[in-house]
Design a protein. Structure first.
Lengths: 395, 57
């Protein structure tokens, strides 16, 4: 079978759906394909997001996809000391806990409403190129081979990021830039439902354990471990099972859902555009390396790509030059933060359990009044000058 | 590579981590292409231990 469209979006996560929506709104004939038989399932996500970016991409909060609202984050040190951080300070990943099953469907429905066509259980199996330009993909739809011709392809294929690699963009990752994750939605546990909790230290080497409350007795309890700290098969699930077993607040909880996945904690790609192709969201490695969060960045970059695709079609220029504005837009908005947080992550992974204890105890003691990354680092600098030396250039 | 279908959660962690882009995840399980050079990264990255290296013959 053969199909034709102006813009082909591969992957119907939030990044893909925003791209499809904005391209369709700009008048393009859009097709979005999704390999799963259901959008938003299975989730591969801890579901914590801030509210700050929603207006920017014109998403209206719908209480059907908000499981819970939180006031901030609680950092817990290896020995159990804790420190509360307010929302604005903690960056992007607190504010609310989503219901991704519903959020993703709502985003895809907005794309459909704007005129995009959606095909489920349709996997891209390769990229079609002509004279060095991307002109479509080969796919399998409900098991039947399908060729899709497109004037422009938007790769929103997530962590796997195969479209980019098939087309010739290097989306490969170093071992220290991959965090592998496991999570349970755990019910019947003792949680603080107004805070997203982050447990740092060797419970999750090179990563952290999160407890993001869905309601008063249910939370997403998961962790990510840096790949370079893993030695054998299945260790990540083992780390989580151990953490839950050894913590009396969670040990009696029962799982409602198990989630596996991996996330990049790398700098963004050097190039996210080529002739006929744009990469958005996780596929472009637009992940916050400290939190592992990517939903906001996926939605922003998806919006940019959709708008630029619309403009480029009108100008009849789908070349790298014609799509270059996409690269400029996301870099202006996100690149500094992505690099800064990646550099901070590179330092954080060298910190020992004892040092984390000292940092959290110091912050708690000093009672940082006005929360900001700057103020927190300043307190650490005053009280723990040796430890902060390496962070100096980030202050 | 030996894939234990009963363990695999189809999460794609192995696919995105493969330095060779040698893995394709179909509807049932990951498939390894000829590009696989047995580096073993996917064995460690798989959160649930669904992948094992075959013994060299």
């Amino acid at each position: 079978m053969r199909k034709e469209c102006d813009v082909l979006v591969v992957g119907a996560g939030p990044g893909g759906s925003l791209a499809a929506r904005y391209a369709a709104e700009a008048g393009a004939d859009v097709l979005m394909i999704e390999k799963r038989p259901e959008i938003g399932a299975p989730i591969r996500c801890a579901e914590g997001v801030s509210r700050a970016w929603l207006d920017e991409v014109n998403i209206k909060v719908d209480k059907r996809w908000v499981a819970n609202s939180v006031d901030g984050a609680k950092l817990v040190s290896p020995s159990g000391s804790s420190f509360y951080v307010d929302e604005k300070m903690a960056g992007n990943e607190v504010g609310m806990v989503l219901e991704r099953h519903f959020f993703d469907k709502t985003m895809a429905a907005s794309a459909a409403k704007a005129g995009a066509e959606i095909m489920l259980k349709t996997s891209a199996t390769g990229v079609t190129k002509k004279d060095g330009k991307v002109v479509g993909v080969t796919a399998s739809s409900f098991g039947e081979p399908l060729s899709i011709d497109a004037k422009c392809v938007i790769a929103a294929d997530g962590f796997e990021s195969q479209i980019g690699r098939w087309a010739g963009i290097d989306t490969g990752l170093k071992q220290t830039d991959i965090t592998t994750c496991f999570q349970y939605r755990l019910t019947g546990i003792d949680i603080e439902d107004r805070y997203c909790e982050f447990f740092i230290g060797s419970a999750a080497p090179g990563g952290y354990v999160w407890v993001f409350p869905k309601d008063e007795e249910t939370a997403n309890v998961g962790l990510g471990v840096m790949l370079s700290r893993l030695r054998g098969p299945g260790e990540v699930k083992g780390y989580l099972d151990r953490f839950i077993r050894e913590n009396e607040r969670f040990a009696r909880g029962q799982p409602l859902e198990a989630v596996a996945g991996a996330v990049s904690v790398s700098p963004p790609l050097d190039e996210t555009v080529m002739d006929g192709l744009m990469l958005v969201g996780d596929a472009a490695r637009l992940i916050d390396s400290i939190t592992g969060g990517g939903i906001a960045h996926a939605c922003l970059s998806g919006m940019y790509a959709g708008k630029v695709a619309g403009k480029a079609l009108e100008a009849k220029d789908l070349s790298r030059e014609g799509l270059q504005e996409y690269e400029t837009l996301w870099r202006d908005r996100l690149e500094n933060k992505l690099w800064r947080n990646w550099m901070a992550k590179e330092k954080l992974i060298t910190i020992t359990d004892e040092q984390f204890d000292t940092i959290i105890e110091t912050l708690d003691e000093a009672g940082v009044e006005k929360m900001s990354v700057y103020n927190i680092l300043r307190v650490i600098k005053e009280r723990l000058p040796d430890l902060v030396k390496e962070f100096e250039d980030l202050i | 590579m030996i894939v234990t279908v009963e363990k695999c959660m189809h999460c794609g962690a192995c696919v995105g981590s493969c330095p060779q882009n040698a893995i394709f995840l179909n509807d049932i399980l990951p498939i390894f292409g000829e590009e696989c050079n047995r580096c073993g990264r996917c064995v460690r990255v798989c959160p649930v231990g669904a992948l094992e290296m075959e013994e060299e013959v």
